[in-house]
Design a binder for this molecule. Sequence first.
Ligand code: FES
Length: 201
Amino acid sequence: MLMPGSQTDTTTGGRGPSRNGVSSEQRGKWLEKAASQFEPDPQYLIPLLQYVQREAGYLPAEAMQAVARHLRMPESKVYGVASFYAQFYFTPRGRNVITVCRGTACHVRGSARLVAELEESLEVKSGGTTADLEFTVEEVSCVGACALAPVVLINGRVHRQQTRSSLKRLLRDVPSATPDAKATKAKPRAKAKHINGGTDR
Ligand code: FES
């Protein structure tokens, strides 16, 4: 059985909501539910990991331990399988995922500037998630839309031929769950200069 009582939330000392907004009590409930849905059989490892990630938004360390116990597998094996698949994450993800294509076509058309814009506007390093868990910024190699370069995906939706300015506008239109995130997005870049109305490419 999964053991919800052992799900110590390391970000809050086991009390109250964790960094991803899920309290240890909530985790206990969905882990109990998972235990009732999945037999303690290693063949259910992937579906169980998918279930955990759907509920928590990522794979917390304590949930990985619980999964290993439930399926009676070594924890190292559970990690080994989870880390093989790109669909699984071990750190919290933002509610909005912004993906900048860094393939060759996008690179020569300025994708590095788009990454810089996101890092400045959202105050997060590429590959990271904002403190309010509103945005994750990531880079990938070619997404197969080179004719539209440079390309940015917001929650999986492709946005073509982006510039710093157009990307900023897109950011403003992303629905925010928290007022703080809106404030961050609206914050002007201190060094932004537009001379003679030119583009900022
Ligand atoms: S290089 Fe960006 S879509 Fe191909």
